[in-house]
Ligand binder design. Structure first.
Ligand code: HEM
Length: 411
């Protein structure tokens, strides 16, 4: 790699990277497809083929130290907060297998009417007010409500859980670790779920928490700590990311009015609106691994035990795979090539179909209610997190469709 002063530098904690990482990704793919940051002690892979291979090759690229660069969230203890996302086979397969007994495609599909109802309730508020913050009033509420609904969290507790999970991922400038408020929030969440578990043991219901308590394979069951860890992982993995997906769809359509017009004129564009947003600006930008052995790539050797980040956000913009990748285009030929947004292989996102369902239903209901919308750029705020990319505030004015009334029921 070049050592000249203009050699590409990639620091995922920098605010400029949060603002727009894509020019840096392009340079990484072209100039340093195996990038080394000595100061921060990590490697990075940015090309589509390399990122997917890194995901696939779980034997050499291990999850056992977690998937984050943050010191407090990485290391051999990572599975305590990241559950089986921070495990390798065979532990990973055992836990994912048991959890799959509760987290079934059917349970996800059955949520559709509830998701629609939750979306409509928030849209009713948006209709009444006209000017809203798309995050605080919609995208920041719906995914956590859906997860809480699935887990069996009472409505009254949901807002507080959302606040805690937001604290968990927020980083002030220059802070390269989980801050004390984030640690405290993590602890509160764990305590909350442990309590909920105790209640379900005493009185089982038909929610996911009860299903996890009942899950069994050949006499093997999940322990209380394992279930709490998984509930915690759902909040970390499924809440922030889906909020960001919704708001990224909203934001990029606004930035590209010719594209925005398509789903508002023809709702059959909505699945592609979701997919193109996942490709163009995914909320899960990078996942870390630790090498289990020396790995030779691009004439260099990554020593065993080193950290490697897989840049999913860069893979999705690789022109080797996607034509005109920097264009946000809802008319791309379907199906799209394999996206890196949900990972690949053994750790492929367990909630991918839920995230897609939520996004589709939410956007369907928004398009049904509104003829169009506008965003006030002066009020937009970004979330500053190393893994999650998206917005903290998107001030929006909506134009309600003439004659729109909130549909009755859930269908
Ligand atoms: C747009 C929304 C989402 C994105 C972009 C996303 C992204 C990802 C990615 C990239 C991975 C793989 C991580 C790795 O290989 O290191 C992952 C794993 C996971 N995700 Fe998601 N996710 C989303 C929504 C959700 C939702 C809604 C849930 C559940 C409610 C969820 C639960 C999980 C779980 C449990 C894993 C761990 C799977 C394993 O290790 O076997 N995710 N997600």
């Amino acid at each position: 790699m070049s050592t000249t002063s203009d050699a590409v530098v990639y620091n995922p904690y920098e605010y400029e990277i949060h603002e727009d990482p894509y020019p840096t990704y392009q340079r990484l793919r072209d100039e340093a497809p195996l990038y080394r940051n000595d100061e921060m002690d990590f490697w990075a892979l940015s090309r589509h083929a390399d990122v997917l291979e890194g995901f696939r090759d779980f034997e050499r690229f291990s999850n056992a130290h977690g998937v984050s660069l943050d010191p407090a969230a990485s290391g051999p203890h990572a599975h305590k907060t990241m559950s089986f996302l921070a495990m390798d086979p065979p532990m990973h397969g055992r836990m994912r297998g048991l959890v799959s007994r509760g987290f079934t495609p059917r349970r996800v599909a059955e949520l559709e009417p509830r998701i629609r109802r939750i979306a409509r309730d928030y849209i009713t508020e948006m209709v009444e007010r006209g000017s809203v913050d798309f995050i605080a009033d919609f995208a920041g509420r719906l995914p956590m409500d859906v997860i809480s609904e699935m887990m069996g969290v009472p409505v009254a507790d949901r807002e507080e859980l959302r606040r805690l999970s937001d604290l968990l991922v927020h980083r002030e400038p220059g802070v390269h670790d989980v801050p004390p408020e984030g640690m405290a929030a993590a602890l509160e969440l764990v305590v909350y779920y442990a309590d909920m578990l105790a209640q379900r043991k005493a009185q089982p219901t038909d929610d996911l928490t009860s299903a996890l308590l009942a899950a069994e394979i050949d006499g093997d069951r999940l322990t209380d700590d394992e279930i709490t860890g998984f509930l915690f992982l759902m909040v970390v993995a499924g809440n922030e990311t889906t909020t960001k997906l919704l708001a990224n769809a909203w934001y990029w359509a606004w930035r590209n009015p010719d594209q925005r017009a398509k789903p508002f004129e023809d709702a059959s564009y909505i699945p592609m609106w979701v997919e193109e947003t996942l490709r163009y600006d995914t909320s899960s930008q990078m996942l870390a691994r630790v090498t289990t052995t020396d790995v030779e790539l691009y004439d260099r050797v990554i020593p065993a035990g080193d950290r490697v980040v897989l840049l999913a956000g860069s893979a999705n913009r690789d022109p080797r795979v996607f034509s005109d990748p920097d264009r946000y285009d809802l008319d791309r030929p379907e199906p799209l090539p394999q996206l890196a947004s949900f990972g690949f292989g053994r750790h492929f996102c367990m909630g991918a179909s839920l995230a897609r369902l939520e996004a589709r239903v939410a956007l369907e209901e928004l398009v049904r209610a509104f003829a169009t919308y506008d965003v006030d750029p002066s009020g937009i705020e970004r979330v500053h997190s190393v893994n999650v990319r998206g917005f903290a505030a998107v001030p929006t004015t909506v134009t309600v469709r003439p004659g729109y009334t909130v549909p009755e029921g859930d269908a």
